[in-house]
Design a protein around this ligand. Structure first.
Ligand code: SF4
Length: 305
């Protein structure tokens, strides 16, 4: 059994064995985990259900995050869907809302599925669940999308660290959008080549994205980036399904992303010393957030609780 050290290896395996990316992923997981396919599928069903639960609670909540920096935007976007001024389709609106919802739940310290990380956890559920709901896709087909997206993340993670502190936000939201794009193509019955193409298109568009969280919290700009990345993944998947090919092969896209991560200045790698984290608004918030409280303020807070 191939262990898929590259996307080319994955593509060759799918072509030789006339199988889809999700089938290849299942065979790979079965061979290396020692679990049978039904066990693996049940585990993935549990993960997908958690994604659905997180989205459902997130779109219904206006509770602020623990810092007070974010919260309630997913609900706002869902409400705006019904307004005459809304010009996006329900599918796109849900992608935005579901991505926001997942990251808002993360900021509230609720349960989410890291995919591939907590900071990038919104893209895959946003894209897959919105399409499932709006296109009436069978849940087992959504599961195939999640499995294919998982293998894209796995192969990518062998070439680069998937963390903002190692390679910037391109390694979190960027990779997540590639997983979501490939997952969507799989879900819609695309070929292995189209799955990998979609991931390559999506990831090259977010290459170079820096990690610049305000006050070092995974909230701003993380929440809105996740709100947008499902839509960008869906656009990439649509291009791939229409026959658009990435000129740069996926393996080289990943290599380039890893190289860009190494070139990135440390101030743009989750240190909150650059980018949006150093804007006037961010600095003012950080000062308030980190300022030590006086005894009377602590007493006043406790009284208000
Ligand atoms: S900006 Fe940094 S902390 Fe926020 S999602 Fe991106 S990588 Fe994660």
């Amino acid at each position: 059994m191939s262990n898929f050290n590259s996307f080319q290896e994955l593509l060759d395996f799918c072509r030789t064995n006339h199988c889809s990316v999700s089938e290849a992923a299942l065979r790979y997981e079965e061979a290396y985990s020692g679990r049978n396919q039904e066990d693996i599928l049940n585990g993935m069903r549990t993960i997908l259900q958690q994604m659905r639960d997180t989205v459902a609670s997130g779109i219904d909540s206006d509770e602020p995050s623990m810092s007070g920096l974010t919260g309630g935007d997913a609900k706002r976007v869902m409400a705006f869907m019904e307004q005459p001024g809304c010009f996006l389709s329900p599918i796109e609106m849900k992608m935005i809302a579901f991505g926001l919802a997942t990251l808002e739940e993360n900021s509230r310290m609720k349960r989410i599925v890291a995919c591939p990380t907590a900071g990038g956890s919104g893209s895959v559920p946003a894209a897959l669940i919105a399409v499932e709901q709006e296109k009436g896709v069978e849940p087992e087909q959504t599961l195939k999308g999640l499995i294919a997206g998982g293998l894209i993340g796995e192969i990518t993670a062998r070439r680069m660290f998937l963390s903002g502190s190692a390679a910037g936000c391109q390694a979190e939201v960027g990779v997540a959008s590639g997983m979501a794009a490939g997952g969507l193509v799989e879900m819609m019955g695309g070929t292995a080549e189209q799955v990998i193409n979609a991931a390559a298109i999506s990831m090259q568009n977010l290459m170079g994205l820096v990690c610049d969280p305000v006050a070092g919290l995974v909230e701003v700009p993380c929440v809105v980036r996740n709100g947008l990345s499902g839509v960008q993944a869906a656009a990439s998947a649509t291009m791939a399904l229409a026959g658009v090919k990435s000129f740069i092969p996926m393996d080289e896209v990943v290599e380039a992303m890893a190289a860009v991560g190494k070139l990135m200045h440390p101030s743009l790698k989750e240190t909150a010393e650059g980018g949006l984290a150093q804007t006037k608004a961010a600095k003012a918030f950080t000062e308030r957030f980190k300022a030590p409280k006086t005894v009377s303020e602590i007493v006043a807070d406790a009284t208000n609780e």
